[in-house]
Design a protein around this ligand. Structure first.
Ligand code: TMP
Length: 252
């Protein structure tokens, strides 16, 4: 079993990520039609799922593919990306903070998110970029639901305040059995990752329940395959869901 990570090293690890990730225009591989590109501009896609499901790899692959197809993607991670959000992330994941209650935890995730929405996501969407976010409120509805009696209605209400009502256009849940996703974590575990297998089983169920409740804006993809195969499904899903909406939205 991995040893808990000390606060100093945790901060170092957290700093190793550089967000937001932008992509230089690439030589176009599979160019999208103008209608598809218009449909993608200003859209907000979330990739979510339990630790070890490959979200970050999929966010990067999707960003690269979109850039190659002529769109302007921006990859961000939640919690984090902003200076304030990265500091909140360090507080949340610090294994020394064992006394943190679920309501405090939930509000800290929301605070980091509020800052990222105002500082990064909304301006990027206004500029016509496609925002790809690694986790979002769907994570809070999976990880904090039921803790200290938190209900989905409470989390959703506070989430709506945090993000000023701008919910993702599409949330892709990368799903796989807990024992498989956890076997993929090769580094030291942070405060949340140290929780029990039962906890992560309920996290997985909470994701699947959300997807069942909102079929028009959630999709579930089986993540226990090669990154390339999962990416193909993510790509098709983004094109199908956002493409459909762009034609419905007409001259957006
Ligand atoms: P990450 O390492 O995948 O970026 O996620 C950080 C940890 O925070 C991960 O264990 C999941 C957890 N988390 C929550 O518990 N609630 C949330 O709302 C979010 C966004 C993450």
């Amino acid at each position: 079993m991995a040893t808990p990570i000390g606060p100093q090293r945790l901060v170092l690890r957290l700093r190793m990520h550089r967000h937001p990730v932008t992509f230089p225009p690439m030589s176009k591989t599979a160019t999208l039609t103008n209608l598809q590109l218009r449909g993608l501009a200003g859209r907000f896609v979330v990739l979510d799922g339990s630790e070890g499901c490959g979200k970050s790899t999929q966010a990067k692959l999707l960003g690269e593919r979109l850039a190659g197809a002529g769109a302007v993607p921006l990859v961000v991670r939640d919690p984090g990306t902003t200076r304030i959000g990265e500091q909140i992330r360090a507080i949340l994941l610090n294994p020394e903070h064992q006394e943190m209650g679920m309501r405090c935890e939930m509000l800290l995730y929301m605070a980091a998110r509020a800052q990222m929405m105002k500082q990064i996501i909304q301006p990027a969407m206004d500029a016509g970029k496609v925002v790809i976010c690694d986790r979002f409120i769907s994570s809070t509805l999976a990880y904090q639901l039921g803790g200290d009696g938190l209900t989905a209605a409470e989390i959703t209400r506070i989430g709506d305040v945090a993000i000023a009502g701008r919910w993702p256009d599409l949330t892709v849940i990368l799903d796989m059995p807990v024992e498989h996703s956890h076997a993929r974590i090769r580094r030291e575990k942070d405060r949340i990752e140290q929780r029990s297998v039962e906890y992560f089983e309920s996290v997985r169920r909470n994701y699947l329940d959300q997807a069942g409740m909102f079929p028009e804006r959630y999709r579930v993809i089986f993540a226990g395959r090669t990154a390339e195969k999962v990416h193909e499904d993510v790509w098709m899903t983004v094109m199908e869901v956002i493409g459909e909406r762009s034609s419905v939205d007409g001259n957006r």
